[in-house]
Design a protein around this ligand. Structure first.
Ligand code: ATP
Length: 362
């Protein structure tokens, strides 16, 4: 079993007489066997959270429960968790066989034969049998990462903790390893907490994702839920690539007034805005922007500045006022820099955020 609960988890560092609140009253309930991704920008507190869970960092306040047992102040080795690091942290002068088996040798009283058997089973699972006699220095980054995974897996922990394990790999290998880690996690059915700053990794790997900013949980949910229904402007801007476009507007009855255009809104949207402040932010994802041929409701005239053909889609960059925006359009459609276009933000696709709090109001 491996249900993990973080109750008001808080970590404050002291640095040069200042308090740095790295993690602020974090509450997350991770189910047994769940793959949870902690994601957020650099410095948001992801690694500190993981290190507190692992016992590598002393928790300032709050509780960590594993299957209802309070492990907040337990030593790392008493937690039955295995961690995989970004830099693999392999022992450079030990063979792969010894690297994988070392944890078992020092934490259990298993005999040499039993350890060898388990090392071989693990190597088979990760398809690295032929590497067992080599040393880490003779391996590629991807192979080293497999060995690091092997070292974690062999211990059959209750929880896997992974801190940006793929960030030292090239883009292609990262995609392959992403699928492999997911497959492995599903096969082993072990609760996994995976830290990354990469929203694509988060979206594709997690059963749920927890988005952090400045030590605080912004949203936790299934990836598509966070994509379609972000609770605030931070999450809306962080999840999705290219990022959501934001435009500052003011509500005036049945219209949103932007410096450069007026956007008519339906009674339903007006209802949603009843309690919001007048200053609002309109959000629209690049893939939801349409290009209208002639006049259309709520069309905004603009000129295409730059186009980036990606194959299936083309990114078209345009300006409204002095701000830049991105539209992602069908790759088959012909479009060039300098084209005059009407861009349309379909009302059913727009998001509206309170200009002051950043909270989603529609
Ligand atoms: P990154 O992706 O860059 O590793 P992160 O989201 O993992 O970032 P943390 O490393 O958890 O963020 O850091 C959170 C905050 O705590 C940052 O402001 C960081 O500077 C601070 N911090 C982390 N470790 C320490 C420490 N040992 N002493 C002082 N401050 C620290």
């Amino acid at each position: 079993m491996g249900r993990l609960q973080l109750n008001d988890l808080t970590k404050v560092f002291e640095s040069g007489g200042n308090d740095i609140v790295a993690v602020n009253e974090l509450n997350i309930d991770i189910q047994d066997g769940e793959f949870l991704v902690l994601v957020g920008p650099s410095g948001c507190g992801k690694s500190t959270t993981l290190r507190c869970i692992a016992g590598l960092e002393r928790t300032t306040s709050g509780q960590i429960l594993l299957d209802d047992r309070d492990i907040t102040h337990r030593k790392p080795k008493e937690r039955n968790m295995a961690m995989v690091f970004q830099n693999y942290a392999l022992y450079p002068h030990m063979s792969v066989r010894k690297n994988i088996g070392y944890g078992l040798k020092i934490t259990t009283d298993l005999g040499k034969d039993e350890i060898n058997e388990r090392v071989e089973r693990t190597a088979e699972l990760l398809e690295i049998e032929e590497l067992l006699a080599k040393e880490p220095g003779d391996l590629s980054g991807g192979q080293q990462q497999r060995v690091a995974l092997g070292r974690a897996i062999i211990r059959e922990p209750e929880v896997f903790l992974m801190d940006e394990p793929l960030s030292n790999l090239d883009a292609k290998l990262r995609t392959t390893m992403r699928t492999e880690i997911q497959q492995l996690q599903q096969d082993m059915d072990i609760t996994t907490i995976y830290v990354t700053h990469d929203q694509t990794e988060a979206m594709t790997m997690g059963d749920r994702i927890a988005i952090l900013d400045e030590g605080e949980l912004q949203q936790i949910g299934e990836p598509l839920e966070c994509y379609h229904r972000p609770v605030n402007q931070f999450v809306a801007g962080f999840i999705g690539s290219p990022s959501m476009n934001f435009l500052s507007v003011r509500q005036d009855g049945d219209r949103l007034e932007h410096e450069q255009f007026t956007y008519e809104i339906s009674p339903d949207t007006q209802d949603a805005l009843v309690d919001a402040s007048q200053n609002l932010t309109l959000g629209i994802r690049p893939e939801h922007i349409q290009l209208a041929a002639g006049d259309a409701t709520n069309a905004v005239e603009t000129t295409v500045q730059v186009v980036e053909p990606m194959g299936e889609v083309t990114y078209a960059y345009f300006e409204i006022g002095d701000q830049n925006y991105t539209a992602s359009i069908d790759g088959e459609r012909r479009i060039e820099a300098g084209d005059e276009v009407n861009v349309v933000f379909p009302e059913e696709k727009i998001h509206i955020f309170d200009g002051r709090s950043g909270e989603a109001v529609k």
